[in-house]
Design a protein around this ligand. Sequence first.
Ligand code: CTP
Length: 400
Amino acid sequence: MSILSGKEIVLGITGCIAAYKSVELVRQLVKHGAQVHVVMTKNACEFITPLTFQTLSGNPVTIELFNLYEEKEIGHIALAQRADIFVIAPATANSIGKVAHGIADDMLSTVVMATRAPVLFAPAMNANMWENPIVQNNIESLKGRGYHFIEPDRGDLACGVQGQGRLAETEDVLDVIMTILSPNDFNQKKVIVTAGPTRELLDPVRFLSNPSSGKMGFAIARALQQRGAYVTLISGPTALAQPRNIAYVPVQSAREMAEAVNRHFDETEIVVMSAAVADYRPKEAAAHKIKKADAALTLEFERTSDILESLSAQKANRILVGFAAETQDMLAHAQEKLHRKKLDLIVANDVSRDDAGFGTDTNAVTLIFADGATEELPTMSKAELAHKLLDRIATLTGSS
Ligand code: CTP
């Protein structure tokens, strides 16, 4: 179950070309099981129709302050009180300025004023407006009062200029909403997460690797960050976007991954090794492209070092979590790895299934604990599994 499931989210939409991007935000929030109540300014309705949001959210959209019918149905104070979080996306310079100065002259600014829920602004505007000291002062003053902001991205702006002002990506806005609503049970804990495959070069243009997409490790890193941890994400090559607010160390080979993990290990309290690390590398990588010949090609491979196993010798009171990617005898193999690598927990993964393992958005795993207890989990999204895994790790660290 997503952290957003059952949450009451008021989404304020102000008049800006980026208003169309809020359509996807509503879709994602609803997909995560949230109840979304959209409040639009009159100017926002010039860019996109309320019907779009009403259809997607399944709830009436509020615009006018003195609409008696809507007042009876919802009531702006009731909406403000019911909210678990208030999100204004996109937030114009005008809407930020109004809240910063206590102006409540339409439905949206009135409800924001009346709420005790956390408020998140996702600004979108022209780059010069964004840099204007008046806007920046308003933002600083709101931040000082506990209001949350997600900075706009840089890039091409609708007004034809380049700069900072694009509404943050939907995925990043969602991430911040989840962070605000998540428990802080990993508060300031230092955690290493490894993700993705490694690549072992045969020659400058060929490598030995595996189909790991990095999705599971990235989801764990994101969930940890949402729950207050300081995460170092060490990842082999993936197609995934680098997550915001997470220290990111890109690596290629098993050797590079081992070096990166060892560099950060001393100050780390928890290590989650979800990377699919190569067990072998070519004994010698050719300096130049290997040319084909008629004869069969034989290459000699040597073992890479087992990162997790080497950490177990210096474990002290750290928590070590491994993954076991298996295609047969999953539990027996995973249990053997748990003991050999002295892990606290291993996530056993049957990678031959269609709904689990490499590249999928869902996963179905069995958790095996050091005391022999097992917990079989149903198929769920990798983001949900990440949080479930953290619930169990929090119990192991005594922080839940
Ligand atoms: N692992 C590691 N270093 C390696 C290989 C694996 O740290 N060189 C970690 C993985 O990140 C994972 C766990 O060990 O958390 C188990 O990996 P897996 O590939 O399933 O098992 P192996 O120990 O490599 O055994 P085998 O390949 O024989 O199944």
